[in-house]
Design a protein around this ligand. Sequence first.
Ligand code: GLN
Length: 552
Amino acid sequence: MASLVFVTGGVVSSLGKGLSAAALAAILESRGLKVTLVKLDPYLNVDPGTMSPFQHGEVYVTDDGAETDLDLGHYERFVRTRMGQVNNCTTGRIYSNVIAKERRGDYLGATVQVIPHVTDEIKNWVVRAAEGYDVAMIEIGGTVGDIESLPFLEAIRQLGVEYGRKAMFMHLTLVPFLRAANEIKTKPTQHSVKELRSIGIQPDVLLCRSEIELSEAERSKISLFTNVPCKAVITALDARNSIYDIPTMLFDEGLDDIVIERLGLEDKATAANLDDWKSVVDRTINTTHEVTVGMVGKYVEHHDAYKSLTEAITHGGLRHRIRVNIRRIESDDLADNDLSSLEGVDAILVPGGFGERGFEGKVNAIRHARENEIPYLGICYGMQAAAVEFARNVCGLENANTTEVDPETPDRVIGLITEWLDASGKVEQRDEESDLGGTMRLGGQECRLREGSLTRELYGREIIIERHRHRYEFNNHYRDIFQKNGMVLAGLSMDEMLVEIIEIADHPWFIACQFHPEFTSSPRDGHPLFTGFIEAALRYQEGELPQGVAQL
Ligand code: GLN
């Protein structure tokens, strides 16, 4: 039976529950334990797939095709365990399961209620996700005291009783420092724990987010008011240099020992080895080079909207100790072809995106990268925009477009498969009422890399698996004309039906892929495309980018 560590938060949101849970999981993993993480989200969306990146940050995609909360991205960057559908569950999902069961008659005529039916559904989900692991960390989204999270808290309270010594509760709070009074305030923490205890949950560990280290006296005061042993009242300072410092910081506070002791896992656990994390942090701080990547997108000012991407770009510099500055450029600003904001960048990246707005600006940025031999990495929409740019400005198909932007284009080089499969070119009726949730090509899929391509050289193997999240595809009717004009189809789906990666043969570094490599990048391993891209940026800066790496 797995041990369960429940992670809740109080006082304010954005305390970094996800990062703290992931960092603790990283220490436990380094101590030889099999660890998984689960995020329970209290909102009514069935999954975050339909939520705007402006509001909720990026939609993270797992190998098994789940559209999840971005915390799962943190989890995968901190531990080796891979996440999937089972690792993220929302109130919407729970209710839709309960209602489906009710309609099927599974409850045999009972009155269906929050307790026990909804709470049982939550408990079953957690137990299923934890199966096969030594420790499962269960993070509850939101803040204690919210109406929405009550069923989740009641469910974990019950699990706490059922699991006894094999379950524990870790609560994050804010301990503010009042500059005017020159002291820290423990009252919000006391109140937050009181709230938690009023619903029957006694925390075992408090992670106190604070700007300054709590003194022994302050910790014992919190301990007295909250019934949490003093040594389990832990200061969680802001990460010093990098979020990848958090495992070492929590280890220094002795958090892993408290957890292992509390759960009785001493016999199973080995000594911690955090060398990997120390090396990641060392490479982040002690850099010897610096490059600037221009990231041209639509939500660039919303940092959470590109969480995995900015992480992956940074990871790309770690191997060679390259500090990567990301210049965020609103694609709309490039729409009238004023490219001054791209001046001085060492590489250009166009990430995934949706909709018409900002598309022409992306096309302009890509043209600039292609014509000036600036390293270019296009991801998903950034690949589709690269195909449109190439069609218009190299193949001479002036009005080429993606049907997402112009459904009437004469050359729909990118379109829904249904729009181009029919050789007559007839645009099929689009169902405007279609259910937007879960209608995309999603999750990990195999792709075969072409011998002699730059991508193949970077990955160092023929078959790769990468994650998708999109509706539109490269139109196969244009393969010939693209290839004749110097485009390399560097990656195809295993059945050769779908174009996954394009390169430009006589450009020193131009790769665009239909999938999202940022979801599989980790600080410890990096990702071949991002590492290659950042190294190309450095070579470009130093003026030694070799010409024409891609052949054919
Ligand atoms: N909007 C494009 C599509 O649906 C690209 C999606 C993306 O970049 N994730 O195909």
